[in-house]
Ligand binder design. Structure first.
Ligand code: ZN
Length: 232
């Protein structure tokens, strides 16, 4: 039943060459299917999205709930994804909201997090996202756990895993730092197929070049995650 609304998909990704040398004759796309990197939980997700370019520009909104400590803990959480992907997925901090692609705020009224994103459904590309990290209790471990989980959403995992050990399980345990599993990693690797060995190289189709087609209108999505389980 889980697969009822799940369209078997294959992700076509343009392997943009670094530099601005134009279209090279060696330019290819890789196609990843949900079987390219296993185990994963792609079949449980409404969609698997990606950013068109990296690093993702991140701005921490300086409102009443901002503190340098909270930012540091969130950054440490985000960096877990950077390290586990051998820096193939990266973010950079920017100093103004205007430059940012991903805005981060803190919310002391909850221990949960939430992420909203604007995306092109046809191209499966995120263009902007906003994240709220619940900081109720101000526990270093819990803030990091929320940040790791929400950054998984921000990278393009638009749903949750049903396996409690995965970072993308909707509910973490208070006082226990979550860790990214092979299933989490494989799911993200599939979205960013061209950055990892494992997809099938094929010639670049003309229709994937250029800007999104006019009928590929941006849409908004929102993921609200659960409050954690208390430690006993
Ligand atoms: Zn979540």
């Amino acid at each position: 039943m889980k697969r009822l609304h799940h369209n078997r998909w294959c992700l076509m990704l343009v392997a943009l060459l670094l530099g601005s040398g134009g279209v090279s004759r060696t330019q290819q796309v890789q196609i990843c299917t949900e079987d390219s990197f296993t185990p994963n939980y792609i079949s449980q997700l409404p969609a698997l999205l990606r950013w068109r370019s990296l690093p993702i520009k991140v701005y921490f909104v300086r409102d009443d709930h901002y503190t340098a400590r909270r930012q540091q803990l969130a950054v440490e959480g985000f960096n877990k994804w950077v390290h586990i992907t051998n820096k193939r997925l990266q973010f950079s901090l920017v100093e103004s909201e205007r430059e940012a692609q991903l805005l981060v705020r803190f919310d002391p009224s909850t221990r949960a997090g939430r992420t909203e994103y604007t995306y092109y459904p046809e191209r499966r590309e995120i263009v902007r996202a906003e994240m709220v990290v619940g900081v109720q209790g101000d526990s270093a471990v819990d803030i990091q756990s929320v940040a790791i989980h929400e950054f998984g959403h921000a990278l393009g995992i638009t749903g949750h895993s049903d396996e409690p050990n995965d970072v993308m399980y909707p509910r973490y345990k208070v006082g226990t730092l979550v860790s990214i599993t092979a299933r989490d990693l494989n799911t993200v690797k599939t979205a960013y197929c061209e950055l990892f060995d494992g997809g099938k190289p094929v010639p670049l189709p003309e229709r994937t070049r250029g800007l999104p087609s006019s009928r590929d209108e941006p849409r908004k999505g929102r993921i609200v995650c659960d409050e954690p389980q208390s430690a006993h």
